[in-house]
Design a protein around this ligand. Structure first.
Ligand SMILES: Cc1cc2nc3c(=O)[nH]c(=O)nc-3n(C[C@H](O)[C@H](O)[C@H](O)COP(=O)(O)O)c2cc1C
Length: 367
């Protein structure tokens, strides 16, 4: 029976435990220019552990890919030094780090995209928000990507992956979850295309496949992960048959022999509060379709994480909110120590307070 605290091989990485830092957009880059801040290097360095894996918050691959003012991005060489400092802070403690690459798709606003309409597979209006200098605002109307434009977006994923390699990261994760561009192509509530990228799931998965192939062309399959959120509600996303859709996606990804499949459980609601009392379900039906490591995420505590790993439905568990306020979360879970409560008011934007000032259990700040 596998334990949360046993070693595991994830693609090219040999991890010493299975408690992963989930990607969390905390809106603390330096503006203007989306420059990764020293505060971010503190945050990620504090959460590093010997042989542990951290996944960096969604990093926009282009200006058009941006959704939230202050969010992470890597579309310009000016951002390189900041990302190198973050990778170094994690490596200094023997940790590993993957960078999550995101295109925001229709979840954006013209003030974030450089004045042009946000893009999506199809025009499907929805009620969502972007974050601009005016605060959280309703998203702008979007337009459908022309088929001729798609190769250019895929190329932006490749270039960002290349930059992550140069910055010293250990791999990249494609953000295929939470109603952003990749997910919008996968799910039929947002993909109404009638060309080779729409219609049956074989076509709706084409954009995903091309993006994965672009990342693999830079990193090789054993340093590429993909995150999905079957039944996720964030961003007004929906599918008529999530189980069939995502089982197909898992099979497709399995064939690439990628490092891992990262699955957000549907029990987390759009606003990151919990549907109480739901056991993990997605990993259960995806497990037969994906032979590599599965990372489960969404509403876990130490006991439920241990249970899902022991069941074999998942191999690792990513923690978001608890990791935000417990830099030594793996240690605390291992020794069943009390957790410091997280501070929701500081999730999206602010300074170091309730961000990089949470001490370890034994009271150290930069242990
Ligand atoms: C502040 C915040 C920011 C988040 N940003 C991202 C993100 O950038 N990319 C992503 O895939 N998920 C993001 N998530 C989702 C988390 O990775 C995770 O799936 C979710 O918080 C549920 O896990 P938890 O119950 O352990 O917090 C975010 C969640 C929170 C709370």
């Amino acid at each position: 029976m596998a334990s949360l605290f046993s070693s595991v091989k994830v693609g090219a990485l040999a991890l010493s435990h299975r408690v992963v830092l989930a990607p969390m957009t905390r809106l603390r880059t330096i503006q203007p220019g989306d420059i990764p801040s020293p505060m971010m290097a503190d945050f990620y360095g504090q959460r590093a552990s010997d042989g542990g894996l951290e996944i960096i918050e969604g990093v926009s691959i282009s200006i058009l890919a941006r959704s939230y003012l202050g969010a992470a991005a890597f579309y310009h060489d000016n951002q390189m030094e900041g990302w190198k400092a973050i990778a170094n802070a994690i490596h200094a403690k023997g940790g590993f780090v993957f960078m999550q690459l995101i295109h925001g798709g229709r979840q954006s606003h013209v003030d974030m995209t450089g004045g042009v309409d946000p893009v999506a597979p199809s025009v499907v209006p929805f009620e969502g928000v972007a974050l601009t200098e005016d605060g959280f605002v309703p998203v702008s109307p979007h337009r459908a990507l022309d088929i001729e434009e798609i190769a250019g977006v895929i190329e932006e994923f490749r270039v960002a992956a290349r930059r992550a390699l140069e910055a010293g990261f250990d791999g990249v994760e494609l953000h295929g979850a939470n109603g952003y561009l990749v997910d919008e192509f996968i799910q039929d509530g947002t993909n109404k295309r009638t060309d080779a990228y729409g219609g049956p799931i074989e076509n709706r998965a084409r954009f995903l496949r091309e993006a994965v192939e672009a990342l693999i062309s830079v990193w090789g399959p054993d340093r590429v992960g993909v995150r999905i959120s079957p039944s996720g509600e964030w961003g007004g996303i929906s599918d008529s048959n999530p189980e069939a859709t995502f089982s197909y996606v898992a099979k497709v990804l399995d064939a690439y022999k990628i490092a891992y499949l990262h699955v957000i459980e549907p029990r987390v609601k759009g606003d990151y509060t919990l549907h109480e009392g739901h056991p993990p379900v997605a990993v259960k039906y995806l497990r037969p379709h994906f032979t590599g490591p599965i990372i489960a995420a969404g509403g876990f505590d130490g006991d439920s994480a241990q249970a899902v790993v022991a069941s074999g439905d998942a191999d690792l568990v990513a923690f978001g909110r608890h990791f935000s306020s417990n830099p030594d979360l793996p240690y605390r879970l291992k020794h069943k120590l009390p957790l410091t409560p997280y501070v929701r008011a500081a999730f999206w934007g602010g300074d170091h307070r309730h961000y990089s000032d949470f001490p370890t259990y034994d009271g150290r700040l930069n242990a």
